[in-house]
Unconditional design. Structure first.
Length: 389
């Protein structure tokens, strides 16, 4: 059970606004905010290096907290500045050769797809799109039809940024292992709202951010790399933190996933992200998932009763992201008007998901995204406001 009163007390903005933009950046709970500001105060009073030394126990705890969250080992976790860069650190280091092929889904995150396009141009790679099934999620059975002797990777976004779809990550993982494919999972929108078990998923790489459903600070992210797969990735760049400079003309990468980190980082953010993951672990991801699913289902039901509103979430299983359009109103206009009522949402535009939205003949859509600290009263007020537009 979630102690909603205590959690909302930890989230003072709940008193003044309705925050349905958790897929953009969620609200930090007070313990996370306090961890960040306490560390910044240490930097002011002691100095940056000295503050980091004083925070070493929390910096070390980062790896164990994420290992608990993902059912991984601490040495398989790296701190990276954001989800896109975490994904890039693995993808750009893959041992791909001209003619190799990458599988992905039409819901793939735009930055990931652009990285694939860049590498395809650089290395003469090929990108193959796995079609959707009738529900809109990746068609796992269709993967077999796209396999060639040059297929090397399947890259999947678990929860696409442009809708409520939850792709079947575990089923894709079983298929990837059976076919001997490298499996990369973007968990940017799922970490913190959906339980993630890398042993069940069987992914080689998983990346995510701190600012969304984990409720951490902006400018923070993480990377998981399976220990058995670690040596197959050559990090795109290294520094003195990620290597041992063994001789004048030679070096050795350090053990574990920390080889994907940078020496310099936002230390206060790392401390804050540790606090955020600890906060989520204390509540429990199963409880969070149940609460988010209830709220999102309630929100979809309320919006579906409004004349002129169309929902656009796909998939057998859905997340806390709820997308919709309303006749005769643009998504930007809806978001701006809601803002005047102290309601936060965001807009997903065509450029950020052109393959997916283009295939569904959609342009810009309004993206509302609930989290466990939201309540049913906020959903009622939200729906009434949308209805009144």
């Amino acid at each position: 059970m979630i102690d909603l009163d205590a959690i909302r007390a930890d989230t003072p903005a709940c008193n003044s606004l309705i925050h349905f933009n958790n897929a953009g950046a969620s609200l930090m709970p007070q313990p996370v905010y306090q961890a960040v500001t306490d560390h910044l105060q240490l930097e002011v009073t002691r100095g940056g290096y000295e503050a980091a030394h004083a925070a070493q126990a929390e910096l070390d705890a980062f790896y164990q907290e994420f290992a608990t969250l993902l059912n991984a080992s601490p040495d398989e976790i790296a701190y990276v500045e954001n989800a896109t860069r975490a994904w890039d650190m693995a993808f750009y280091g893959l041992p791909l050769q001209p003619g190799d092929r990458i599988l992905t889904h039409e819901s793939e995150y735009s930055s990931n797809y652009l990285a694939m396009l860049q590498q395809a141009n650089r290395k003469q790679l090929h990108i193959d799109l796995v079609p959707s099934d009738a529900s809109g999620q990746i068609d796992v059975d269709a993967i077999d039809d796209l396999i060639t002797d040059r297929t090397r990777v399947i890259a999947l976004t678990h929860v696409p940024t442009q809708g409520g779809l939850i792709n079947p990550a575990v089923a894709v993982g079983k298929k990837a292992k059976a076919l001997g494919l490298i499996y990369m999972l973007d968990a940017c929108q799922s970490a913190g709202q959906v339980p993630l078990d890398v042993q069940d998923i069987q992914c080689d790489v998983l990346s995510g951010t701190g600012r969304k459903f984990l409720r951490g600070p902006r400018g923070t992210g993480f990377l998981y790399v399976n220990r058995a797969f670690l040596e197959q990735i050559d990090p795109p760049f290294v520094d003195l933190h990620t290597t041992d400079w063994t001789h004048d003309n030679d070096y050795r990468l350090i053990d574990g996933a920390k080889r994907f980190e940078n020496w310099e980082s936002y230390v206060a953010g790392r401390v804050g992200l540790t606090a955020a993951v600890r906060y989520a672990n204390a509540i429990g991801m199963d409880a969070i998932r149940q609460r988010v699913d209830h709220l999102a289902t309630t929100l979809r039901a309320g919006l579906s009763d409004i004349t002129g509103v169309d929902l656009h979430d796909q998939g057998v299983e859905k997340s806390g992201i709820v997308t919709f359009t309303k006749s005769n109103r643009t998504a930007s206009d809806i978001a701006a008007t809601l803002k005047t009522h102290n309601i936060n949402v965001s807009v997903t535009n065509f450029k950020s998901a052109r393959i997916d939205l283009g295939g569904r003949n959609l342009q810009d859509i309004t993206r509302s995204s609930v989290h466990y600290f939201n309540n049913e009263n906020e959903i009622d007020r939200f729906c009434e406001t949308v209805k009144s537009l």
